[in-house]
Structure formats: structure tokens, C-alpha cells
Design a protein around this ligand. Sequence first.
Ligand code: NAI
Length: 306
Amino acid sequence: MKISIIGAGNVGALSAMRIAQYNLGDIFLVDIAKGLAEGKALDLADAQAVLGLDYNIRGSDDISSIKDSDIVVITAGLARKPGMTREELLARNSQILKEVCLNIKKLASQAVVIVVTNPLDLMTYLALKITGFAKNKVLGMGSSLDSSRFANLIAQELKLPASNVEAMVVGAHGEGMLPLAKYTKIKGVSLEEFLSDEQMENLTKKTIGRGAKIVALLGSGRAFLAPSAAVTQMVRIIAKDEKKILGACAYLDGEYGIKDICLGVPCRLGRGGIEKIIELDLTDKEKKELLRSADSIRNLLKQLVF
Ligand code: NAI
């Protein structure tokens, strides 16, 4: 199994470390910044003896090193800098994604592509269109991170271990995310049995604001520790063909009454990428909110030039 990670920044490098520790395959780290991927790969390789593990990791600034990858993770992109508008960030990251995806199409046409770069739902759509890959082969990591954040906040609220909570968040990776109480389970029991509407509303707000809260605390930089764990989980399920259900940003072709955008929904993942999109039975209110989330993505998509 050959796993390439494009973008050796915070999320990319830590994902490489975690993937190496799971021994999921040979790892190729690529970054446009000269020496960065190679330096980090050498550093990661030096941890083998300490960890008592053997893995193969290489780094390069040459994109052709992703040739014939089975899985490609895209974490290449810019962060929003002071004074940069959302539109400017979207334009810059679209340009990066476009260049990266043309190379994936040329060099690794059989790969499953996992998009991490933000704005996630738009970048996943762009990756699908630029590569021209089948819709099951291109997915984005966002909902699983949102679900993990929601689970942690529930655990704090109810004073129980986070690992007991199986959370379900769908919709856009951002303001339009939609935590679902009915499908969030604590040891198999629906969250609806534990929380009042007011508590649920409060936790939803906190989940939506979690990324921004972390950015504010860090001063400069953004979350990468939980994101890299979520990337690794997705890579593991696909590499090991685990057929697990996980929230992922997927191309919708009529599911949930939504067409031609990528949005976070529960999917069964395996070696083929998205093997099935699970359609949950939503209340009228939830359906409306999901459609609103989809509309917000659709409006932003109009700004994408490709
Ligand atoms: P970072 O700034 O640490 O790393 C990004 C790397 O991409 C840099 O090393 C840069 O040199 C590289 N890069 C830029 N253009 C490139 C190109 N054309 N080819 C190869 N490499 C290129 O950023 P970080 O924190 O690792 O985040 C990466 C992306 O992931 C961002 O867009 C961020 O918003 C996103 N993100 C998404 C999350 C999600 O849940 N989907 C969670 C956390 C981050």
C-alpha cells in the first residue's frame, strides 16, 4: 500500500507520523517548500528505533514521487492571513488544489483521494471535478472531526468518557454543520434521552465554534492534533478495507434530495473509497437545515473558477 500526503505542514506531517505508527503502508510526504517534506520524513524515520517500529517514509519536493499511490491525502493549502478575505483564500487554495489534482490525475489515477484542505466541501468538489475520478474515489475529511469534537463536548457535559460517545454530525464543515441528537449514541442509547433541547443547542454552538476557539487560543496557527487523528482514521479504514461507517464529505447525486455538491454525510468506507452513502431518516426541521447547509455550499461554489 502506497500512501502519499501532499502538504507536509502541521496536519500532513502529524498524519504521516500516526499513519506510520499504524503501519498502514509506505508513506510519501510531498511539499512545495524545498527540503520541508524530506526534512520531516528524515525526522519521522529517526523515531523508529525509539518506538520499536519499522516503517518506510520518504519526503520530497517532487510531486512525481506520488506515482501509483493507492491513497493520496491532500493537506496542501494556505491559512487565512490577517487582511486576507475569505474570497481571496478560496481563490488561492483553489489554485493550489487544481495544480495538485492535475498531478494526481496524471500520476495516481487509481488512487482514493482524501481532501483535507479548507474550505473542505468546496475543495472536495473541486478535487472530484479536476481529477475526473469516479465519485466514490474522492472524499473529504471534516464530519468525522466535527463528530469527534461534538463527542468530546457531550462527554464533558454529561461527565462520562468520550470513548462512550458515538457522535453523528452531518452537513457542511463549518457554520452549516448539523449535529444529530437522535443518531448520536451513548453506549447505544440515543443522546435525546440525555439532553434537553437547550443543552443540545448549546453544545451545537460550541461544536461549530470549536475550531475558531482553538485558533483564538493558539494566537497563530490552527488545530492539527485532532485533525491528523481524523485523517489517520479515514486512511486506516480505507487501507484496511474495514467497511466502517464514518461521516465524510461525499458527492451527492440525489441523496437527501441534494444534487451536484459535496457535503458531509455518513458513508460506509472501504478499499473502494465511499462504498455506500447512508441516508438517515431526518425530521422535517433537520431536512430543512441540511438543505440550507447545502445551499450555502452551492452559493460559494459559484465563486469557484475551474
Ligand atoms: P500548514 O500551513 O501547516 O501546511 C500546509 C502545507 O501545504 C505547507 O507546508 C505548504 O508549503 C504546503 N503547500 C502549499 N502549496 C502546495 C503545493 N502546491 N504542493 C504541495 N504542498 C503545498 O497547514 P495545516 O495546518 O497543515 O493545514 C492544511 C490544510 O488543512 C489547511 O487548508 C487547513 O485549513 C486544513 N485543515 C482542514 C481540517 C478539516 O477538518 N478538513 C482540519 C485542519 C486543517
